[in-house]
Structures are given as structure tokens and as C-alpha cells.
Design a protein around this ligand. Structure first.
Ligand code: TYD
Ligand code: MG
Length: 472
């Protein structure tokens, strides 16, 4: 048989008996598809993100599965839907419960994202072990059961028979195990290791992740089984690969922090059953993650003598007020261009504040190196710490310490005006609770009755006024 004939024969077989596996190019950043390879994604603008993947055949069984699951749902008017019907599973971890909006909702799919090594596996395993009344299946595609056992022994001493561990990456086998064991909670570590036979691309690719999550989602909704998925995030801070994942799941939590520091923040980015304003704070210790109920006490360093360049901001993250130390150092620039460096605070915002100080308040900082650091390795997004940033820079520049019993809250505008901040009452109350004698706040909050709090409240409208209050 000639070579040509063989080819011809094969060709007829593929077209008649099964559809030729169609390949499609998929953006690994946002999941956009294209028939041809393109250098720049038309959807998210990312370069070189398209990878060839085998298209998922939308076979008949997926449609029939969708039909069968819809039989269980029943349309009802809003007035007949009861919210208190929404039961919550108490996961016995105050910070996690808080971020979830009061507990885990049965049938919910929760995605926990974070950089590698930040502590996602520790957090979720610790949670599972501390729930002796629930049967939990922990599926790991990254670690062996032995590794998980070692970690488990570090974070929990007690009965662990309720938590079953399996190392598995095949979605089909995971679902079989789940069906046999019928756990109360299913944990998958991590979604990027999952693999289904229905898709031929590599684990971690957009089509695999999307297809596996869709399969899990259908399974979980039909059985009302809560699923916790762990997902890695990439350098840019978004969940690796598909944004599609964020749309599919009910709750997205992000675990953040600096690996070299001990504090971790669990932030709610999306929550179909609660507010996204909640955060949970943890401290990474030898024996796992400790819940931090009162963050302020930890974020303030304890020193007896006043030092220049240090100020205390009354900040909020989500709904929670806490006091945090802002440290600044200014020095004459040794080389031509002065350096500006910032840890835990947006560098562009720092540059803006420096420009405001220079232009509106007449401080000559353009020939100075400026270093800024938020204590504890936390990243603070709250613009209400502007005033504390400005105060610590001026304090370092003048080499004059700020009064240790004073803290600040206020956003700084481009003309040097002090702008209002959110949740002023909570900030003032937190400062009073921690024993501060006075707090400087924007004049804008006139209507607020500050006499409720055991602290002197000084209101300012411009940077110069704050400056005079602090340095006389
Ligand atoms: P891990 O949960 O494996 O991170 P992830 O799943 O997000 O990749 O945790 C990683 C780090 O946590 C690891 O470097 C060691 C540290 N760690 C502790 O400090 N104390 C502990 O008790 C445990 C279990 C881990
Ligand atoms: Mg892990």
C-alpha cells in the first residue's frame, strides 16, 4: 500500500466515524478563544498568551446532564423564597467564618486563591482537622498523604479520623471517591492539578481548569455538597489562568501577605452569600495559622521612647478598623536621582504625596531619598492612611518625633486638603480603645458626635494645620 493511500484511508475514517479533534487557541490569561494563533489577546491585551488546546466537544451527554439537573429546580416567586432557609456550616474558625459571611453554605463552591507558599494548604487543612463533627475529603494533587500527615501533626493534635486524605488528580476518580465516601465537605488542593479525560490539554491549562470546575460545580450543586477549591495566583495577582473560574464559583477568597512576614490577610473578593467587605487576619506560626482577633495590638511595635519617622494610622481594611504603624526615612540623595521606595503602600501614591508636600506645603523633598514601610508586611489599600504617611515623612525629614499618644486618619488631596475617610467612628473608637490620647481627623466629619469616645479629636482641613498641631 502506498503512503498516499494510507493517508487517504485514515482521512475517511476520521471524518466518518468520529469528529476530527478540533484545536483552538486559548488565551491562558483570560480564556478568550481564537481559531488562529494571535500574538496579542483581543480580549485582555496580554501578549504571547495563546496556547493551542484541543477543543472540548460539546457532546450530547453534557447537554442531557444539564437537563437532568434542571429538573430538580422549581421556579418560585421571590416572596416565597426564604433567606433563613440558607443554612450555614460553622467551620469553627472565627476569621474564616467571618470572611465567608457567617459560615460555609451547603452547595457553595469556594475558591481560595493565593501565591505559592503563602499558606493556603495549611489554612484549609487546619480548618478541616478542627471540624471533628464533619466528614471531610481532602484531595491533594500536589502533595503525598505522608507530607499532608506531617503538616497535619504540626497544626492539630487530636482525633483526625473524620478527615480522609487522598492524592489524586483525575476528576473522574475524585468524583467516584466522593460518591463512595459522601463527605460533608470536599476540598481540592489545587484546581490547577485537576485533569479530566474529556479534555486533552495539559493540567493547569484553561480548558482543563474550566472543564474540571464545571464538572465539580454540577456535581456539588446536585448533591448540595460544599466544595473548597485551592487555586494559585500568578505574579500579577490574578488567579492563574482563567478569570472564567471567578465567574463560575460562588465565593472567591484571596490569601495575601508577605512570605517573609508572619501576617496573612484573607480577603473576600466575591461572595454570593455575604459581604465582600470582610477580612480575616492570621499569623503564621510554627504550629500553623493563628487567628488574630485584635490586629491593632500586633501591628503596633512597642517602644517606650519616641522616634522620628514613625506615625500611627487609624486604618480600615474592609469593615475592620485597626491601627498600623507607618515608618518613613528621608535622607539626602547620594547619587543624582533620588530614590523612592515603598513597602505595603502604593509607590505612585507616595510620589503624589511627595509632590503635594513640595508644591502645596513648601517642603523641599525633591533632593531626598524617601523610604516608606508599613509595619508587619501588610499591604494597605486604604487612602485614609495618607495623613499618617505624610506625617512620618515630615517627622523623619525634620528629625522630630511625633507624640506617641497621637494617631491620624485622613486622605490627602492634590491641593493639600485633608479629605474625609470611611468609617470615621470606628477608627476613632479603635484608637480610644487602644489608649491613644488624641487623633487627628478631617474637618469634614462635622456631624459626628466624637464626645462618645474617650479621646481628644482634632480636626484639620489642610496639611499645614496638621503640621502645626504635630510639630508646633
Ligand atoms: P503552604 O500551606 O504549603 O502554602 P501553599 O499551599 O499556599 O503553597 O504553607 C507554606 C509555608 O508555611 C511553608 O513555607 C511553611 C510555612 N508553615 C509554617 O510556618 N508553620 C506551619 O505550621 C506550617 C504547616 C507551614
Ligand atoms: Mg499548597
Amino acid at each position: 500500500m502506498s503512503e498516499q493511500a494510507t493517508h487517504g484511508h485514515q482521512f475517511t475514517v476520521t471524518t466518518e466515524n468520529m469528529a476530527k479533534p478540533k484545536s483552538v487557541f486559548v488565551c491562558q490569561n483570560c480564556g478568550a478563544e481564537s481559531a488562529k494563533w494571535v500574538g496579542k489577546c483581543y480580549s485582555c491585551g496580554e501578549w504571547n498568551s495563546f496556547v493551542e488546546e484541543i477543543a472540548v466537544s460539546k457532546s450530547k451527554d453534557s447537554i442531557s446532564a444539564a437537563f437532568s439537573s434542571s429538573e430538580k429546580s422549581k421556579p418560585a416567586p421571590l416572596s416565597e423564597i426564604r433567606v433563613d432557609d440558607l443554612p450555614r456550616i460553622d467551620i469553627r474558625n472565627k476569621e474564616l467564618n467571618r470572611v465567608l459571611g457567617g459560615g460555609l453554605v451547603p452547595g457553595a463552591m469556594v475558591l481560595v486563591g493565593g501565591e505559592p507558599g503563602i499558606g493556603k494548604s495549611t489554612l484549609v487543612l487546619q480548618m478541616a482537622l478542627h471540624m471533628p463533627k464533619s466528614k471531610i475529603l481532602y484531595v491533594s494533587g500536589e502533595e503525598s498523604p505522608q507530607q499532608i500527615k506531617l503538616r497535619g501533626e504540626r497544626v492539630y493534635r487530636g482525633d483526625t479520623d473524620h478527615c480522609l486524605i487522598v492524592s489524586e488528580t483525575s476528576l473522574e476518580r475524585i468524583l467516584t471517591h466522593t460518591q463512595n465516601i459522601s463527605p460533608d465537605i470536599l476540598i481540592i488542593d489545587s484546581v490547577q492539578t485537576l485533569q479530566t479525560e474529556r479534555v486533552e490539554s495539559a493540567p493547569g491549562s484553561v480548558s482543563q481548569v474550566r472543564e474540571c470546575t464545571a464538572g465539580l460545580l454540577r456535581f456539588s450543586k446536585e448533591r448540595n455538597l460544599p466544595v473548597i477549591l485551592i487555586g494559585h495566583i500568578n505574579k500579577e495577582g490574578s488567579l492563574a489562568g482563567p478569570k472564567v473560574l471567578e465567574h463560575m464559583v460562588d465565593v472567591v477568597l484571596q490569601f495575601e501577605g508577605d512570605r517573609n512576614h508572619m501576617y496573612r490577610i484573607l480577603r473576600s473578593i466575591k461572595n454570593r452569600f455575604g459581604s465582600t467587605d470582610e477580612i480575616g487576619i492570621f499569623e503564621m506560626q510554627q504550629s500553623g495559622l493563628r487567628e488574630v482577633q485584635n490586629p491593632s495590638e500586633l501591628l503596633l511595635s512597642q517602644h517606650d521612647t519616641a522616634m522620628s519617622g514613625i506615625s500611627v494610622a487609624a486604618a480600615t481594611e474592609g469593615m475592620r478598623p485597626f491601627l498600623i504603624e507607618v515608618q518613613a526615612l528621608t535622607s539626602s540623595a547620594a547619587y543624582g536621582t533620588p530614590q523612592r521606595s515603598s513597602t505595603g503602600f502604593d509607590i505612585r501614591r507616595l510620589n503624589m504625596l511627595l509632590a503635594v508636600l513640595e508644591k502645596r506645603a513648601g517642603f523641599k523633598l525633591s533632593a531626598k531619598d524617601v523610604f516608606l514601610n508599613i509595619a508587619g508586611g501588610l499591604k494597605v489599600n486604604d487612602p485614609g492612611i495618607d495623613l499618617a504617611v505624610v506625617a512620618s515623612i515630615l517627622s523623619s525629614n525634620l528629625d522630630m518625633a511625633l507624640p506617641t499618644d497621637t494617631c491620624l486618619a485622613g486622605e490627602v488631596g492634590l491641593s493639600g486638603e485633608i479629605r474625609p475617610v470611611t468609617r470615621i467612628g470606628q477608627r476613632v473608637s479603635e484608637a480610644a480603645k487602644l489608649g491613644f490620647k488624641s487623633i487627628i481627623v478631617p474637618v469634614y466629619h462635622k456631624g459626628v458626635d466624637f464626645s462618645l469616645y474617650d479621646i481628644e479629636v482634632k480636626q484639620v482641613s489642610k496639611i499645614e494645620e496638621a503640621f502645626r498641631l504635630l510639630f508646633g
